[in-house]
Design a protein around this ligand. Sequence first.
Ligand SMILES: Cc1cc2nc3c(=O)[nH]c(=O)nc-3n(C[C@H](O)[C@H](O)[C@H](O)COP(=O)(O)O)c2cc1C
Length: 345
Amino acid sequence: MSPDQFSEPKQIQMQPDFYIANIPIFGRLILAPMDGLSDPSFRWITRKLGSAYSISEFINTLDYTVQRHYQGNRLRFRQAERPFGFQLLDNDPARMAAVAASMEADFHPDFFDINMGCSTHRVLTRGAGAGLMRSPELVGKCFRAVKAAVSVPVTGKMRLGIDENSLNYREVAEIAVENGCAAMALHSRTAKMSYSGEVRWEPIAELKRLLPIPVIGNGDLVTTEKARAMLDQTSCDAVMIGRVSKINPWIFSWRNREDVSPAEVWQLASYQLTEMIRTYPEGAAIFAFRKFFKAYLGPYGIGGQAMRQLLTIREETDFWTAFEALFQGLSVDTKAPNPWFDESA
Ligand SMILES: Cc1cc2nc3c(=O)[nH]c(=O)nc-3n(C[C@H](O)[C@H](O)[C@H](O)COP(=O)(O)O)c2cc1C
């Protein structure tokens, strides 16, 4: 067991790195909200590794009003995950405000976040997510309404604009701040670029110079060196890390994946699967875990046949047996004590 596998207990660090309104934030790396990935189990793992705070997967407030029961797992968080915020996705200020008020009364999150970055066709055409950026005035109304409905800070996550002809991130960020936004994350691409093409760092630096609130940079930070460079070169307060965290959650401890041993991968992965089985509806955990174990095993060049076999197993006991055998094949002592199960760690 490696004593420095987990980040320092947060209480030891006396000075916060920055504040979101009155919330002290310790750390400059944050797990980006990701639908289908940043579930309670994964968020908790990244928090133990050092991610500074937690944001839920987006909560579609339109759905929330009619089918809240389907969103069970999206609404769960551990007390130890605080600061924790729910991310709202919608384009109707009154509905967002009503849902936020109800969520605050029921779940007591530390903040809310407004999604202005989702670029999927269905969300964009509805005018939500990045679609909100088409109307800075509506952005202002959303922030004002949600802020007035809750007692906690409201943050935002945005893109550069819809496309190259509408790079209105400055205007959108400024109107959000005028209406109560307490921190702004920028995925520094346009909605049209979706998840590819060059991430521009200058707009992050520009927002940092312009805004009186914390600015969080995001996009393609795949190594600790890149995360450090964005922090240094843009002076942003923190960075959000998305897709690569599935391959390397240790990035939140400032470690690159090549420095992580197969034994550590097994320990984290077996804890994550146990947590997912504990919290997902019967039979759903294995399916949801597939995206992770493929990423975790990626660097080991596990042959197609073994991987295919694992991907088709539905039964939990059979999955565990095959999964454990793979790590034993990597010379991991899978029966050794696992520090992830020590909740005091
Ligand atoms: C599968 C997936 C789901 C995502 N879901 C959300 C979401 O619910 N809310 C949000 O604001 N951004 C979402 N994003 C965007 C990420 O938060 C992040 O901005 C983006 O992936 C860029 O960061 P990266 O290059 O580090 O992945 C999602 C991204 C991915 C890949």
